[in-house]
Design a binder for this molecule. Structure first.
Ligand SMILES: [Zn+2]
Length: 66
């Protein structure tokens, strides 16, 4: 019985190491870095929702309304 518990602990440790390693390697830049502020409505949008109009970052919504 003691052997089984020890085995489970070892498996648990290996699993924990594997999980934390995987987390580290797949770590990406936080998505907040990809957010761009619309200079018209001062709202943050993702890159693909922002249009560059005359050097200014304008969101699609403001662009449609203008
Ligand atoms: Zn806007």
């Amino acid at each position: 019985m003691a052997k089984l518990i020890l085995f489970l602990i070892i498996v648990g440790i290996i699993y924990f190491i594997f999980k934390s390693k995987k987390k580290k390697t797949t770590y990406k830049e936080p998505p907040i870095k990809d957010l761009i502020m619309c200079e018209k409505c001062k709202t943050f949008y993702t890159k693909n929702e922002i249009l560059k109009i005359n050097g200014k970052n304008i969101c699609k919504e403001c662009y449609d309304n203008s």
